[in-house]
Each structure stands twice: as C-alpha cells, then as structure tokens.
Design a protein around this ligand. Structure first.
Ligand code: BTN
Length: 249
C-alpha cells in the first residue's frame, strides 16, 4: 500500500505533492482532492476542477532513470492513463503530444509533470505527476468557453464511475509502466504511444526547440520524446515542449 493523503479542498495537489516529495515521501505516495482552488495546467493555464466531479491527483514517482529520461515521464503517464481509460470504457483514447488524453476528438484528461531540481542527488530525485481526469462531469459543469473542446467519462459512457477506484487503477498502471521503462527502455512504450497519436499526419502549429514558430505536419515523438514536425519545405523540426495546436487552415 502506498501512502495517500485525501483532501476535500486544496489549492493544487501538485503543490502539496512537491512539498511532501521534498521532505522525502516515497515513490507511489499521492495527494488526492475533491476540489482545487488553483488547479494548474501546463504553460500556466488553469485546470478547471469542478467539485467532486473529476479526479485531481498528484503521484510522486522516483523511477530508476537517468536525468535525460525524466521529460519522457509525461508521455509514459499519458499512456498509463489512456490504457486505464480504454479498459474501463471499452473505448479507444488518443494521446495529444505531450500531455493530453483525448476521446472522440475532445480532451478528457491532462497531465502536469513537475520534477525536482536538476542539481539534486540521485536519492532525492523525483517527479510529481499531476493528473486531472474529467470523470462524472456533465457538459454544463465546464465553463462555457471550453464546452466544445472537452468531454468526460460520464459523457462518453453515460455511466458514473467511482473516482477513488479510477485513482487506484491509474497509480498502479503508472508505477507498472515506469518499471517497464527502467527495465526495458523507452522504445516499447513509445511504440504503444505512437499507436494512439492524435496529431500524427495532421497539420499543426507549434514553437520549435529553437523558439521558432513552425507550421507543418506532425510526425509523432522521437525516441527522446520530442515531437517532430515537417514543414512545407520538407524540413523536420524537433519540438521539446510548448503549445501545440491544430492548424486552422
Ligand atoms: C494540462 O492539461 O494542461 C494539465 C492538467 C493537469 C491538471 C492536474 S489536476 C491534479 C494536478 N494538480 C494540478 O494543479 N494540476 C494537476
């Protein structure tokens, strides 16, 4: 059994998880809340946390990986969540690089991974994997401006789900996939990830690793976890992080 702290309300489960990780919490420890007052997404965006409707959790992991492999944890976490969702719903989720889980073309879950400082020693190294899943949300539980972009397990399956069970399944899957990563390398996980690639072959816009705006066709992540995009001159750009959106034309 891994330690889990439950909160009714919290600012952000990631903030609390980082606090306990800094104090040495073991791998697999987690923070779960029914409501977040400052739920955070990537790139400083807000994660809307409808009270009691979604899963809001942060799992501390200390995988046996070299530092260069840490950015790939987000991809492994997305794959883990997607595998659990497919099992539960009988459906087929997709992964939008780097951190979104899609169902029926809409966002159902997101991951925000935050790691310990690069300088800390091997024993102190950790990542906090923050996971938000829209579980029992009806469409009107979401802010008006995002309703056309999001979905939930309830909307997809018309069935309510026990959020606690979902959390336990996701934590077990994440730890299992990270063990596979440290034993067998990233390759087999990347192959599974690529089968679910939402962006593959689509026209998109993003910012390259050199800070340039790029328009092109998504070719999927490479074995470093970086997204490759082919522009219209055939040049391939690697994207390390940042905002990735489908092109409007
Ligand atoms: C994204 O899609 O941009 C990532 C969203 C991550 C949201 C989760 S909810 C639990 C954890 N705590 C946070 O403040 N954020 C993550």
């Amino acid at each position: 059994m891994y330690p889990t702290q439950y909160f009714h309300s919290i600012d952000s489960t990631n903030i609390k998880a980082k606090e306990i990780a800094e104090r040495g919490a073991m791998s697999g420890s987690a923070i779960v809340a029914k409501y977040q007052t400052s739920g955070r997404g990537r790139l400083g965006k807000e994660w809307h946390s409808a009270e009691g409707k979604g899963l809001y959790c942060s799992i501390i992991v200390r995988p046996d990986l070299v530092l260069e492999d840490y950015p790939k944890i987000t991809l492994v976490a997305g794959l883990s969540v997607a595998l659990v969702l497919d099992r539960i719903t009988g459906g087929s989720s997709q992964l939008k690089w780097p951190n979104d889980i899609y169902f029926s073309g809409k966002k159902l879950a997101g991951i925000l991974t935050e790691s310990s400082t690069m300088t800390c020693g091997l024993d102190e190294r950790y990542a906090v994997v923050g996971i938000g899943v829209n579980v029992n949300n009806a469409l009107d539980d979401f802010p008006l401006e995002i309703r056309s972009l999001v979905t939930s397990i309830l909307i997809e399956t018309t069935t309510e789900l026990a959020v606690e069970d979902l959390f336990q399944d996701i934590r077990a899957e994440l730890l299992k996939q990270l063990r596979k990563f440290s034993v067998g390398g990233f390759g087999p996980l990347l192959a599974q990830w690529r089968k679910k690639d939402f962006l593959f072959g689509r026209k998109m816009e993003c910012v390259s690793a050199e800070g340039k705006k790029v328009q092109g066709v998504a070719l999927g992540p490479d074995n470093q976890g970086q997204l490759h995009v082919k522009d219209r001159d055939g040049k391939i750009h690697a994207v390390l992080s940042g905002d990735v959106r489908l092109a409007t034309s």
